[in-house]
Ligand binder design. Structure first.
Ligand code: ARG
Length: 751
C-alpha cells in the first residue's frame, strides 16, 4: 500500500524540484513521457515499448486484474502470468475466498494447502474472472468540451454518462471487450480502458495457511514479516483461444507475454517496479477531509467490525467447521479493521493534518497573490470543507445501519435478497387479468427455482448459532448508537416485548424466520406464499433497515454542486500552482505502475529494520499453541536439512520476504515486483504499520511495500509441495549455478 507528506510538497514548491517516484501510481500510457528517463537512471533496462505497447506484446500483457464480475469496473486483486500456459501467480489472501469455497472438514485446503498435480485436478471457480488490458486512451477531449461548465451534480453525471456510454459502445467491438471509462484528477481528465475478460480461471495451488497466512492477523500490516503470501491459478480459454465460460473442452491460455522469474534475489538499492490495479487513494484531500476520515468515518466502523470479529472468533475457535465457514469473511473484516486502526494512528503520528494545513496556507497565499486567481479559486477549499462539515453529521447512521443493521447478520442480509421475489408477488396480487396473472406466476416460480439453486452456496458458509449471536450483538449496538428515528418499527416492538434483551429478540427472530435454515428456506421457495414473507421477522427487519439506509444515504449524499465543482477546481489549481511537479492521479482500480528500490527503514528512533527476512525467522516465531504461528513439520524438516535447492541466497539462507519503497495500495495485492530486466522477483502483498496513513499521504522515509520473495514461492512449490510440473512450466533466470553449501548453518536468533 502507499504515500508523501505535504511538508515535502511545500518544500518542493519553494525549490521547484520535481516530485519523482518512489511516490506515485503512474499511468502506463505516459511512461515514455513522464517516467522513463528516471526509471532508467534507477536501473530499468527495458525500453518503453517492451513495457507498454498497444501494437506488440509487452510486459503489460502479463498483468491481470482479478474480479468476481464478468464485466468488471474494478479489481479486488492483481495477478501476473508466469508461463506460456496461462499460469497465474497472486497472493494467498487474494485466492483465499476461492480456496475457502473449495474447503470442507474432509478437504481443508485452508489448513492443508492444495496442489493440483495435473491439469485435470485444477479446480474451476464460478464467477472468478481475469481481465487483461488491451489499451487505454485519453478521452478527455471527447467529454469535457461537451459539458457546460455550469452543469453540476446529477445532471453533470448524466451528461457525462451519456457520452461515455457511446464511447464504450464504439470501443467494445460488439461486446468482444469490456470497456470502462473513468474520471481522473477529480473530473479534470477522462480515460477509456479496453479489456479482454477471461471467465474460466482455475485454482492450481495454494500453500497451507501456516505458510500463506503465517503470522495471521497479528503480523498483518506489519514488518518484519514471514509470510509466503501466494496462490496459483490458471487462465483457460475456448479451444480457439477466445475467452469462454468454464467448459471441459477449454484449454490453458496462450498469453501474449509471461514474466520470467529471477532466482538472483535482491540487494539494497536494486531497482524494483510494481504493476497492478491499486483500488483507491485520497492523496489530494483537504485537512478537513482527513479529519473526517479518521474521526468520523473510521470510529464507528472500528467499533462495529471489532464486535463482529469477537463474536465470530469465539465460534470459530470452538468448532473447525465454523472456522472454515467464516474464514474468508473473517479475514476480510479483520484486514479492514486493522487498516482503519492503523491509518488513524498513522495520520496522527505523522501529523498529516498539520502538513495539509501548511500546504493549504501556501495554496491560499498563492491564490491571494493574484486577483484572477482569487476570483476563480478563492473559495475552493471552504466550499469543499462545507460539504465535509455536513457529512460529519450524517455519516454515523449510515455506517451503523449498513454494518450493524442490514449487514449485521447473515439472516437479515440474506432475507434482503428476497425483496425481488416480494415485488413479483405484489404484482401478481394486483393483476386482475387471469391470463397475465398466470404468466406472472410462472415467472415467479422460475425465480423461486433459481433461488433454490443458490441455497447450498449460501448455507455452506453459514452457521446459525454464530449468526444468532452476531445478530444479538449487532442489533444491540445499532439500538444503543442511533437515535429512535432510525429504529425499525419491528425492532421497537420486539425491544418492548422482550424487555430490551437482545438475545431473546434473536431467539425469536431465528425461531420465526425461514431464512436461518436451508431446509426452511427451501420449503418456502417451493411454494412461495406472500403471507409467509410478509410475516417473516428477518425479512421485515431487512426492509425496514433498508428504508433507514435510504434515508441516511439521502442526507449523506445530498447533492452539493458547489463542492463538486470546487473539488475539480482545487485539483486544477494545485497543478497550476506547481507546474513542475509531476502529478499522478489517485488510484481508481486502473492499471498503474510504481517504481523505486529495495530498501530498509527506521521504524523508530534508534531502531533499524533490515530489508529481508529469512526462514530462520519463521522458525523463531513458531508457537504451536497459537494457530497463527504453527510451522508445518515438512517446512521444519526442509529448514533443518537446508534442502533449499537453487532457491537459497549466496549465503545459503532462505529469504522469505523483502521490502521496497514502492507506492501501492489495496488492489495491488498479488502484483508482480519486477526488476530492471523485466523479471519477476516477488509478489507484493502488504504495507507497513508505521506508514498506514499511506492512502491519504505518502511518507517517503517510512513507507514500504512488503513482498514475498519469488525464490521462497518457488521453493514452497518445488521442495515443500513437490509440484515440480509447475516449476517446469516457468521461465527461470539465474545468473550462476549456486555453489555447494551443505555445511552452512543458519542460526535461529535468540529472542
Ligand atoms: N494487509 C493485506 C492487504 O490488505 C492483506 C494481508 C492478508 N493477511 C492477513 N493475515 N489477513 O492487502
Amino acid at each position: 500500500m502507499k504515500r508523501f507528506t505535504y511538508l515535502i510538497v511545500a518544500l518542493l514548491l519553494v525549490s521547484g524540484i520535481k516530485v519523482k517516484a518512489d511516490e506515485g501510481m503512474w499511468l502506463p500510457m505516459f511512461i515514455d513521457r513522464l517516467n522513463y528517463v528516471d526509471m532508467q537512471k534507477k536501473g530499468l533496462q527495458l525500453t518503453p515499448e517492451e513495457i507498454y505497447s498497444v501494437n506488440h506484446s509487452s510486459l503489460k500483457d502479463a498483468i491481470v486484474g482479478l474480479s468476481n464480475s464478468p464485466a468488471p469496473n474494478g479489481y479486488f486483486c492483481t495477478g501476473e502470468i508466469v508461463s506460456s500456459q496461462g499460469l497465474l501467480f497472486t497472493n494467498h489472501h487474494c485466492g483465499f475466498d476461492a480456496i475457502q469455497k473449495h474447503s470442507t472438514v474432509e478437504h481443508d485446503y485452508l489448513a492443508d494447502g492444495f496442489w493440483a498435480m495435473s491439469f485435470e485436478e485444477e479446480l474451476p471457480n464460478e464467477g472468478l474472472t481475469a481481465s487483461f488490458l488491451i489499451r487505454m486512451d485519453d478521452v478527455t477531449d471527447s467529454i469535457i468540451p461537451m459539458i457546460s461548465d455550469t452543469l453540476e451534480g446529477s445532471a453533470r453525471t448524466a451528461a457525462i454518462r451519456e457520452i461515455t456510454g457511446r464511447l464504450k459502445n464504439n470501443a467494445s467491438e460488439d461486446g468482444k471487450y469490456n470497456v470502462v471509462v473513468k474520471s481522473f484528477f477529480n473530473g479534470n481528465e477522462y480515460y477509456l480502458f479496453v479489456y479482454e475478460v477471461y471467465r474460466d480461471v482455475r485454482l492450481v495451488g495454494a500453500p497451507p495457511s501456516s505458510i500463506g497466512k503465517y503470522g495471521g492477523d497479528t503480523d498483518n500490516w506489519m514488518w518484519p514479516r514471514h509470510t509466503g503470501d501466494f496462490s496459483i491459478f490458471r487462465v483457460y480459454t475456448a479451444p480457439d483461444g477466445s475467452p469462454a465460460e468454464y467448459s471441459e473442452d477449454n484449454v490453458p491460455m496462450v498469453p501474449k507475454h509471461h514474466l520470467p522469474v529471477s532466482l538472483d534475489g535482491v540487494e539494497k538499492g536494486d531497482f524494483a517496479m510494481i504493476w497492478g490495479y491499486p483500488g483507491s487513494t485520497d492523496r489530494y484531500l483537504t485537512a478537513k477531509g482527513v479529519e473526517f476520515t479518521t474521526e468520523y468515518y473510521f470510529p464507528p466502523l472500528i467499533e462495529a467490525f471489532g464486535k463482529k470479529l469477537e463474536v465470530w472468533k469465539k465460534h470459530m475457535n470452538a468448532d473447525q467447521e465454523v472456522r472454515i465457514k467464516y474464514a474468508s469473511q473473517y479475514a476480510g473484516v479483520a484486514n479492514s479493521w486493522k487498516y482503519f486502526i492503523g491509518q488513524r494512528r498513522g495520520v496522527k503520528n505523522l501529523d498529516v493534518v498539520g502538513d495539509k494545513e501548511k500546504y493549504q496556507q501556501e495554496f491560499m497565499d498563492w491564490v491571494n497573490a493574484d486577483q484572477a486567481r482569487k476570483e476563480k479559486y478563492g473559495t475552493v477549499i471552504s466550499d469543499i470543507d462545507n460539504k465535509i462539515v455536513e457529512q460529519e453529521q450524517t455519516i454515523k447512521p449510515l455506517i451503523y445501519a449498513s454494518v450493524c443493521g442490514i449487514g449485521g447478520s447473515g439472516i437479515v442480509s440474506y432475507a434482503q435478497q428476497f425483496s425481488g421475489l416480494e415485488g413479483k408477488m405484489e404484482k401478481i396480487k394486483e393483476e386482475k387479468d387471469k391470463k397475465k396473472r398466470a404468466k406472472q406466476e410462472e415467472k415467479l416460480s422460475e425465480m423461486a427455482t433459481g433461488m433454490i439453486e443458490g441455497i447450498p452456496e449460501h448455507f455452506k458458509d453459514y452457521d446459525m448459532a454464530t449468526d444468532k449471536e452476531a445478530f444479538a450483538e449487532m442489533t444491540k449496538m445499532y439500538y444503543e448508537r442511533l437515535s429512535s428515528d432510525m429504529y425499525p418499527e419491528l425492532l421497537v416492538d420486539l425491544h418492548k416485548k422482550f424487555k430490551g434483551d437482545f438475545y431473546a429478540i434473536a431467539d425469536y427472530v431465528f425461531e420465526k424466520s425461514v431464512f436461518g435454515s436451508a431446509q426452511k428456506t427451501e420449503e418456502f421457495l417451493k411454494d412461495p406464499k406472500y403471507k409467509t414473507l410478509e410475516k417473516d421477522p428477518a425479512f421485515i427487519l431487512s426492509k425496514q433497515y433498508m428504508a433507514g439506509i435510504m434515508k441516511a444515504s439521502q442526507s449523506y449524499r445530498k447533492e452539493n454542486p458547489k463542492a463538486d465543482k470546487a473539488e475539480r477546481l482545487y485539483m486544477e489549481a494545485m497543478r497550476e500552482m506547481q507546474p513542475d511537479r509531476y502529478f499522478y492521479p489517485n488510484a481508481n482500480s486502473t492499471l498503474r505502475f510504481t517504481y523505486g528500490q529495495v530498501l530498509p527503514y527506521n521504524p523508530a528512533d534508534a531502531v533499524e529494520y533490515d530489508y529481508v527476512t529469512h526462514l530462520s525467522g519463521v522458525m523463531a516465531k513458531e508457537d504451536p499453541t497459537n494457530n497463527e504461528f504453527i510451522v508445518a513439520p515438512k517446512l521444519k524438516e526442509l529448514y533443518e536439512t537446508k534442502d533449499y535447492g537453487p532457491y537459497a541466497n549466496e549465503e545459503g539462507r532462505m529469504v522469505v520476504c523483502f521490502l521496497t519503497n514502492n507506492d501501492i495500495t489495496g488492489g495491488n495485492s498479488g502484483s508482480p515486483v519486477i526488476n530492471g530486466k523485466g523479471e519477476l522477483i516477488g509478489l507484493a502483498f502488504d504495507g507497513n504499520w508505521e506508514a498506514m496513513s499511506s492512502d491519504i499521504a505518502f511518507a517517503p522515509k517510512l513507507q514500504r511495500t512488503i513482498v514475498a520473495d519469488a525464490r521462497y514461492v518457488l521453493f514452497i512449490i518445488d521442495k515443500f509441495a513437490g509440484c515440480t510440473r509447475l516449476i517446469d512450466e516457468l521461465t527461470i533466470h539465474k545468473k550462476m549455478p549456486q555453489p555447494e553449501r551443505v555445511e552452512v548453518i543458519e542460526e535461529v536468533p535468540a529472542e
